[in-house]
Ligand binder design. Sequence first.
Ligand SMILES: [Ca+2]
Ligand SMILES: [Ca+2]
Length: 289
Amino acid sequence: MLKNKNLYLLLLSSFIFSLLSCDKEEPIPAYLYVPNFTVEAQEGFGTSSSKITEAWVYANGSLLGAYPIPAMIPILEEGHTDVQIFSGIHENGILDRPFLYSFYEPIKINPDLKPGHIDTIPLVTMYKSEEDIELALHIDFEIGNLLSEDIDGDTLTKATLTDDGFEGRGVRLFVQDTLSNLSAGSTHLFYLPANGSQVFIEMDYHNDIPFTIWMRGHKSDFSGDIQLISQLNIKKEWNKIYIPLTAFLNANRWLDYQIVFNVSLTDEQLAAGESGEVILDNIKILKFK
Ligand SMILES: [Ca+2]
Ligand SMILES: [Ca+2]
């Protein structure tokens, strides 16, 4: 028994020794701690609502990784170091589709890094300059309902303004019994590029029934089309989403576009006497100039 114990102690001490000697060889990183990462939108870009989920960090030009917020970022550099931090979002809100969102300005800092030391830096970014990007569509519902084109053919179902928007007014899409299908389109047609540059929809919403987002437009002077872009699951609380349009645009190259939202009850939901509500605010489509 005693022999076993001695052997155990011997093994333990050699294990600790090897850990310590390892420690001596491993360089100790400095740390940046990012407790939060938000947006303050400049004039002309509408709401500051955002959902930045990762910090994509470069040190001296090398990508260290994408760190979920709040983030503790180890950096194996010492002294003043060029650190660039880009905004990471999830395409369509999907966890395994992290994406470096290039409409937000990267943050450039030059911290004096010390091994073992933690610098806490809350991050606030803004949109890129209006010289580089623009809003192809911006509906915040404050000057009226710009989502009022009736696409479904039933004049009794419509998108109506509500004072319960994310900020100020929003729009409400409501379906129940005989009014079980509602498609509302933007009153404006707009142009979007198909040159491979990023194009995204941003939006605040909550919903107690899944709903879909479509793009409608002219393929030529004589023909139109409508295609599904995204289906959004139930969110009881306000949610911000980033929806990529880039691949859709490159595949379709229409002459113009209109955004359409559809909410409808299934036969089962109708039979069960259910209703459904979707509230939207701050619909933006961002593109590069
Ligand atoms: Ca209608
Ligand atoms: Ca609003």
